[in-house]
Write a protein that binds this ligand. Structure first.
Ligand code: CA
Length: 490
């Protein structure tokens, strides 16, 4: 006899209490949305009233970091609760093996209806399609902003008319209408605001009559930083005028003026694309409220990593600098999280899966590398909460950005970064091996990271401590140092 056939009230109650009353999860993730383009985080360049609603109803986490600041690897870390050298997605080109454990599979077996709508970017085909999801409809690869094609199970292709952020939200609303009785776990993954920042028509002219302030480090000359950092091609002058800026550079501008002009073109389209995200997050929040399930739904907003919004003169991400390392993370769930609260404690994307599972009352399996930060959400910092995190970016000087491979440690006060070259990664592609270079930043004295103090004697003791912490963390997560990148001074 199945529970559904049972007229025994006790069993029906048991069923109701243990499954149907479990909280739902709405996990909204955008792509490349920097925290400093959210007004709840004190943005100086835009306003995001709907994202701010989540912060006002719940918690804003101020030290949420990605363990590898690039799209597919961060997505893999979130879904699997493991670092990239464990889940295998170290670069953009590695699909996520869909036979691995992921949080959707765990939730599905706990009785949840699971959905994945929007950007997947972890490969396609039998070994890489989304697994653990009852419903999925995803963009192929990066997908398109306008009139996108989307993919469904069994290779079905759906042609859509409209703007991608609106369409993904439409599909999420359909999912809520179909499965809102719960429990459900819906992953709403926006393509926006990824390059090349194409706004919805309704936002084409927004910001036309204003000048967006340049960031504090916009004219950073990068003096004193690692040579491989000075060679990175993420400056305003590296943006493609036609593709990225959708304009022809006016004639007669000095280089300084052209850099300023490029920034305005870049940042305004970025913010227009963010505006559509904000509006659509508002639609989802309103829909949860209209269905009467807002209080029983954990709502999270994050992005797969941060982004440089002209900071240090750059666009893009990849590097371990703060603007790229920091993920926005807003979570509302009135049952456990005080409205308008904040946390400074360090959490990473590897911690997301165990946290979501605990919030939903589902046990985490063995083998996850992250730690649930539910205590932080409840306003308590455990005595043994980590005060450092480990980071590694693997794609050495690939493609057009020329970012070096690097790993490092960020503590609550300092950051140590080791840039290494692995010529074995890309034999012959980049010429002779680059030297190993190190950077050290004092985040208290130098929050903008413009003063690399690696060679200053006064920081020798701090440096030794950070090297020891980096070595400890690397071993703790089962990673290994790059051969030849022995710690300085050892
Ligand atoms: Ca991304």
């Amino acid at each position: 006899m199945s529970l559904a056939d049972s007229n025994f009230p006790f069993q029906q109650m048991w069923y109701t209490d243990s499954v149907s009353d479990r909280p739902n999860l709405l996990f909204i993730m955008s792509d490349d949305h920097a925290a400093h383009a959210i007004s709840a985080y004190g943005s100086k360049i835009n306003s995001t009233p709907n994202l701010d609603r989540i912060a006002a109803s719940g918690m804003r986490l101020d030290s949420a970091f990605c363990t590898n600041s690039i799209c597919a690897p961060s997505r893999a870390a979130i879904l699997t609760g493991t670092y990239n050298h464990i889940n295998g997605v170290t670069t953009l080109d590695t699909p996520l093996d869909n036979s691995l454990w992921n949080i959707a599979k765990e939730l599905q077996s706990a009785g949840y209806t699971t959905g994945m709508i929007g950007k997947w970017h972890l490969g396609h085909g039998p070994g890489a399609d989304p697994s653990g999801f009852d419903v999925w409809r995803v963009l192929p690869g990066q997908g398109h902003y306008h009139n996108p094609v989307m993919l469904e199970p069994e290779g079905r292709i759906v042609e859509r008319g409209g703007y991608v952020t609106d369409l993904i939200t439409d599909d999420c609303i359909d999912f809520l209408d179909d499965h809102g009785d719960g429990p459900f776990a819906l992953f709403c993954h926006h393509k926006a605001p990824h390059r090349s920042w194409e706004p919805a028509p309704r936002h084409f002219t927004k910001y036309d009559d204003v000048e967006i302030p340049e960031p504090h480090t916009f004219r950073d000359d990068l003096v004193g930083r690692a040579e491989v950092i000075q060679a990175v091609r993420m400056r305003m002058m590296d943006l493609d005028p036609i593709v990225d800026l959708k304009a022809v550079v006016p004639e007669g501008l000095s280089e300084d003026d052209e850099i300023a002009w490029r920034y305005q073109r870049y940042i305004k389209d970025y913010l227009r694309v963010v505006d559509a995200i904000d509006e659509n997050v508002g639609r989802l929040l309103d829909h949860l409220a209209a269905k009467g399930i807002a209080d029983n739904t954990v709502v999270m907003y994050t992005s797969d990593q941060g982004f440089f919004l002209g900071d240090h003169g750059w666009f893009d991400k990849r590097l371990m600098y703060e603007e790229s390392l920091t993920m926005p993370l807003l979570i509302q769930y009135p049952e456990k999280i005080e409205a308008g609260s904040t946390s400074d404690d360090i959490v990473t994307n590897v911690d997301f899966a165990p946290t979501m599972l605990e919030l939903l009352g589902v046990d985490s399996p063995d083998g996850l590398q992250g730690r649930s930060f539910v205590p932080l959400l409840e306003g308590e910092t455990p005595d043994d909460w980590p005060t450092s995190m480990y980071y590694r970016y693997w794609m050495h000087r690939d493609g057009s950005h020329l970012c070096p491979a690097h790993y490092g440690v960020r503590t609550t006060t300092h950051k140590l970064i080791c840039y290494y070259n692995d010529p074995l990664d890309q034999p012959g592609a980049n010429g002779p091996a680059d030297p190993i270079e190190w950077e050290l930043f004092d985040l208290v004295a130098d929050p903008y990271e413009v003063d690399n103090v690696i060679d200053q004697a006064v920081y020798a003791e701090v440096q030794a401590e950070l090297v020891a912490e980096l070595t400890r963390l690397q071993a703790a997560v089962d990673d290994e140092p790059f051969p030849g990148a022995a710690p300085r001074g050892s």
